[in-house]
Design a protein around this ligand. Sequence first.
Ligand code: PXP
Length: 239
Amino acid sequence: MIKLSVNVNKIATLRNARGGNIPDVVKTALDIESYGADGITVHPRPDERHIRYQDVRELSKVLKTEFNIEGYPGEKFINLVLSVKPHQVTLVPDPPDALTSNAGWNTVKYQSFLSDIIQTLHNNGIRTSIFVDPNTVMVENAAKTGTDRIELYTESYARNYIKNKESAIKPFIEAAKIATDCGIGLNAGHDLNLENLRYFAANIPALKEVSIGHALICDALYYGIENVVRMYKYCLVTD
Ligand code: PXP
């Protein structure tokens, strides 16, 4: 079964637009779990413009499903995840001012940097994933960092799906094979939506988890969050 981890950063963005606590991030995350999500993802950034560090601490106390914290491994981020000890940390190479993640790691250039951080996270019992493009060399070298999993950056899949889904998925099938041969698990995320998710899930057999935020929360404006969680889950049923 492929797990659906819902990224709740957008809920925090909405709350932050007005001050106060509407919508309540913790309540929404708990509701999303109760509607069938398999996990909750957050992406705290140093300026806390979406999820705040305090949100992360509060969520960690009450979530019942898998908690995934993604972000750039600066000192503040590492201190936060070591204090919270989520099930999984996804390391992302985005600079603090990036609008959203826009590239995978260069796993050749940053191999020893990543290996050291992954070792620290493992010493604290935290599963690791690193964000990579569907590029043969980057996936092979990701395995050398000692990470448990990679998260394939699916922006190019989503962009090309509209033109030609067979060619859009091709580099991802190749990357998934390499990851499996190297013994690392496979997650995926970015720009997955109700239109492109089913085809991705059906064609990447080793896929363990998808992390989805933007499209899912936008779909909730039309269908309601409870329906939407079920609709995304349904796209992940491939047999
Ligand atoms: N994975 C990573 C590493 C991300 O940075 C994001 C966006 O925060 C996602 C997945 C989810 O992407 P989207 O919001 O487009 O579903």
